[in-house]
Design a protein around this ligand. Structure first.
Ligand SMILES: Nc1ncnc2c1ncn2[C@@H]1O[C@H](COP(=O)(O)OP(=O)(O)OP(=O)(O)O)[C@@H](O)[C@H]1O
Length: 604
């Protein structure tokens, strides 16, 4: 994700695009639109034919009335009712055909828009789930939620009504123009002249509204982001009593949103009456000029009536078409942003030719690994480490030393900037993702539980596990007893009242999940931090079971956990400064010995 280009989500926060950059974004949106429309080609074609016929049928009305008046009435006076009957039946038929086809058109376009939206919604979900941790660490949840909700809504609005109205409106105006010229060219000329103020007004509206709709979109996006951020961090908000300042900030944002909307409304306050005025003046001119020509015998009365009706109707779709511009603007902006997210490439890509590793021994090697995050600051300058299979490593070191970074590299949430990181001699970048996930599991302090039952949550480690296997896993990590005491035991819904579990219990559930997954390499990142001392004792025993027969890397601030390690690594500034067995390091005079001594003292 680069900030200097507009590729991916890079340009999302900018509004100073060069011509080439705007072009690049537009092309990307159009490519996406093309790929969404392609599967709907045949339905689109049918709906176009349907709307053309239905509009023609609707536009036929006034011409038939003119025929009825000018040819039917004189014939009727001469006792020939045929022409009037013909005009009447044709008018009725045109009305029925128009109505039936328009309803078919509505159903057809609704189906097309639903299919497109479904496709897009799925693509956004699949993509955001696929994108690497690096993307999610910088692209806030507020923004990702906006892509799935308000942006898709803008596109839905455009597809559901905007495009229909535009196509129908344009065809309607075109057919009316043709009919008017065919019936009475002079009225046609008047209509064409009226297009001049109409186009000036519309262009003025477009230019002004473009700016203002953009303001409303920016204001509404800021509102959503602020809301989501506050709610995601509600614990910190309440703990630090930041409600007041949040309220003030939110009020400011809602005020921005209100005033942006008010400006849009004011704009419509000029545009709408302007349209009506131009329409009325044109109708009046057509009527006036036509009346004189009727008196002169140049035009029949029926034709004049039809010309007035046509002119009146010509302006009907204008207001909706102006609204189209609004929906088009926000949908285009939404499509630009969505196409940016869809263009992002995972920074940890799946291998092109994956290497299979059916069963891993769990030997992990760092060969001259260098690593820096996106900001470019080097976290691991030059890191080499050999972890033989089956070894239990305790990783200690001051905060910010790079321990979690190491864990994220082994789990392949990130790839090294330089050097190689291998499992059983295979570069992690070449390993089949399935084999990688089976072989390496990381348990973090967060211990996230998904909605569902306790059993479901544990089974994530092994989706086809039987309940006996699940129970065996919970017994191994000491979680069975508390789960049995939950209202519905293993079937308790963790998100329902009564099913809420404590942080420590959540941790035990995630241990059971990892035990069930049975990986060759297990990483525990601060995983025992939220356990109380008795629980931790329990877990210490469980850990022995959990860690047996596999490689384990434990990141722990609590030195009690270190006792079960075969080897302790002390890390500072991305470098290993001490490496040895716990006993050797404690006996020495180094950093770990000091840490251990002060820890022992704190226990007394
Ligand atoms: N996503 C990130 N983007 C940029 N820098 C990061 C990111 N995550 C961590 N860092 C930086 O990398 C360095 C190492 O962080 P890391 O989380 O690996 O430390 P740690 O040893 O696990 O610390 P702690 O014990 O506090 O968890 C820190 O300087 C931190 O600021």
């Amino acid at each position: 994700m680069s900030q200097t280009t507009v590729s991916g989500v890079g340009g999302e926060e900018r509004d100073d695009f060069t011509r080439a950059e705007s072009q690049q974004i537009r092309e990307r949106s159009l490519r996406l639109l093309g790929s969404l429309l392609r599967p709907e080609r045949s339905r689109l074609l049918v709906s176009l034919v349907v709307v053309v016929i239905s509009t023609a049928a609707q536009v036929a009305g006034p011409a038939l009335i003119a025929f009825g008046i000018d040819s039917g009435l004189p014939a009727l006076l001469a006792n020939d009712w045929m022409p009037v009957a013909l005009a009447g039946v044709a008018y009725l038929l045109a009305g029925i055909v128009g109505a039936v086809l328009i309803s078919w058109f509505t159903v057809l376009t609704a189906r097309i828009s639903q299919a497109i939206l479904l496709d897009l919604r799925k693509r956004v979900f699949v993509q955001t789930q696929k994108l690497s941790l690096e993307f999610h660490e910088t692209y806030t949840s507020g923004r990702i939620i906006s892509r799935q909700t308000s942006d898709l809504d803008s596109i839905r609005e455009l597809l559901d009504s905007g495009i229909n109205q535009l196509v129908q409106g344009l065809l309607y105006m075109l057919f009316i123009g043709i009919a008017l010229f065919a019936l009475d060219w002079a009225s046609g000329v008047i209509l064409v002249v009226s297009l001049v103020p109409l186009l000036i007004l519309t262009r003025w509206f477009q230019l002004r509204s473009q700016k203002m709709f953009r303001l409303t979109r920016v204001a509404s996006a800021k509102l959503i982001v602020k809301f989501v951020e506050t709610m995601t961090g509600i614990r910190a908000v309440q703990a630090f009593r930041t409600e007041k300042s949040n309220d003030a900030e939110f009020n400011g944002l809602t005020e921005d949103y209100r005033s942006a909307n008010a400006r849009v409304i004011r704009l419509f306050g000029i545009f709408d009456p302007g349209l009506v005025l131009i329409g009325n003046v044109t109708v009046a001119v057509v009527l006036l000029v036509g009346a004189f020509r009727v008196i002169d015998g140049q035009v029949a009365v029926g034709v004049l009536l039809a010309a007035v009706l046509y002119t009146r109707r010509f302006f009907d779709p204008m207001e909706e078409m102006a609204m189209f511009y609004n929906s088009y603007q926000s949908a285009a902006a939404a499509l630009e942003k969505i196409s940016g997210v869809l263009e992002e490439q995972p920074s940890v890509p799946d291998p092109v030719k994956p290497v299979d590793l059916w069963s891993s021994t769990g030997a992990v090697d760092f060969d001259d690994v260098q690593f820096s995050y996106q900001n470019g600051r080097v976290v691991l300058p030059n890191f080499s480490l050999r972890i033989p299979s089956g070894q239990t490593i305790a990783l200690v070191g001051s905060t910010g030393a790079g321990k979690s970074t190491l864990a994220k590299l082994i789990s392949r949430f990130y790839d090294p900037s330089e050097g190689r990181l291998t499992l059983d001699g295979i570069d992690l970048r070449d390993l089949h993702p399935k084999d990688l996930r089976r072989a390496i599991v990381m348990v973090t302090q967060e211990a996230y539980l998904f909605s569902g039952t306790v059993a479901d949550n544990i089974a994530i480690g092994k989706p086809d596990a039987s309940i006996d296997e699940i129970i065996a896993a919970t017994k191994a990590v000491g979680a069975h007893d508390f789960i049995e005491n939950l209202p519905n035991g293993y079937e308790t819904d963790v998100n329902k009242r009564g099913g809420r579990v404590s942080a420590g219990q959540r941790q035990l559930i995630s241990f059971a999940r990892a035990f069930l997954a049975d990986p060759a390499v297990l990483i525990l990142d601060e995983a025992t931090a939220s356990l109380d001392i008795p629980s931790e004792r329990l877990v210490q025993d469980a850990l022995q079971t959990l860690l047996a027969d596999r490689t384990a890397i434990i990141i722990a601030h609590r030195l009690s956990t270190v006792a079960i390690a075969d080897r302790v690594l002390v890390m500072e500034h991305g470098i290993i400064v001490e490496d040895g067995s716990p006993a050797d390091l404690i006996a020495g005079t180094g950093r770990f010995a000091q840490l251990h001594a002060s820890w022992r003292q704190s226990l007394v």
